[in-house]
Design a protein around this ligand. Structure first.
Ligand SMILES: [Zn+2]
Length: 238
């Protein structure tokens, strides 16, 4: 029984198809990954906007509380003034004057605080506006990526189907004796199931092949690298 042979051309084609299919699979997998990344960026922007809004709200409530405190204090000063006007004695008059003075002093501190806070109000508003702009940009980016992936996917899938059929046809040209070992190495190494011969070295693992394997390849007999298991073939131009 003579040893089976396989043309170098078929092995080269098989290797090329495996590499192209791997590339297509990676490109197909990239789409959903890019979408997921853009979605998580959008979610992050959303929560930053919510945080900015919550901070602005807390700030506004704090400011409102201070303004209410000032108003209440001013009303009390008014009451003190009425009571002072109705004072029955110097001592009473003096007491109200002191209370009014103390309240006015406290109010002046409060007014400074309110003014200072009002200057900061714009910063909070700006932060919200910035977060809104970033959220809008993230949403647009996600839409763009989704559209791009939706546009590319059918083409990549069609290419996959076409190449898979081509691969199947090419595999039918393999001698039946090596189909099982070939499938095992494909399952194990994927696109690296084949390797060109580099002089007398395996192009996959760079180990020197035996003379026996070398002569098999020269006679177009299918041979696997004894070190890494790749199906070897002659390099172009050899
Ligand atoms: Zn090898």
């Amino acid at each position: 029984m003579s040893a089976p042979t396989v043309s170098t051309e078929i092995l080269r084609t098989l290797h090329r198809l495996h590499r192209q299919l791997t590339d297509l699979r990676e490109r197909l997998a990239r789409g959903p990954k890019q979408i997921a990344a853009a979605e998580s960026n959008l979610a992050a922007r959303q929560s930053l906007l919510e945080k900015a809004k919550a901070e602005e709200k807390a700030f506004r409530m704090h400011l409102d509380a201070k303004q209410l405190q000032l108003k209440t204090s001013e009303a009390r000063i008014g009451e003190f003034q009425i009571k002072r006007n109705a004072a029955q004695s110097n001592r009473e008059y003096q007491t109200f004057t002191e209370q009014i003075g103390a309240a006015e002093m406290a109010n002046s501190v409060l007014e400074d605080e309110i003014l200072e806070a009002m200057e900061k109000a714009q910063e909070y508003k700006d932060k919200i506006a910035q977060a809104e702009a970033e959220l809008a940009a993230a949403r647009q980016k996600l839409d763009e990526i989704r559209a791009k992936v939706a546009e590319q996917e059918p083409r990549l899938t069609a290419d996959m189907t076409r190449l898979e059929a081509e691969l199947k046809r090419a595999e039918e040209d393999l001698p039946p004796e090596i189909r099982d070992p070939y499938r095992r190495v494909v399952k194990h190494l994927g696109e690296d199931a084949l390797a060109p011969l580099e002089n007398q070295y395996c192009g996959g693992c760079n180990q020197q092949i035996t003379l026996n394997v070398y002569s098999q390849i020269m006679m177009n007999q299918p041979a696997f690298c004894k070190t890494c298991g790749r199906l070897l073939y002659q390099k172009e131009g050899k």
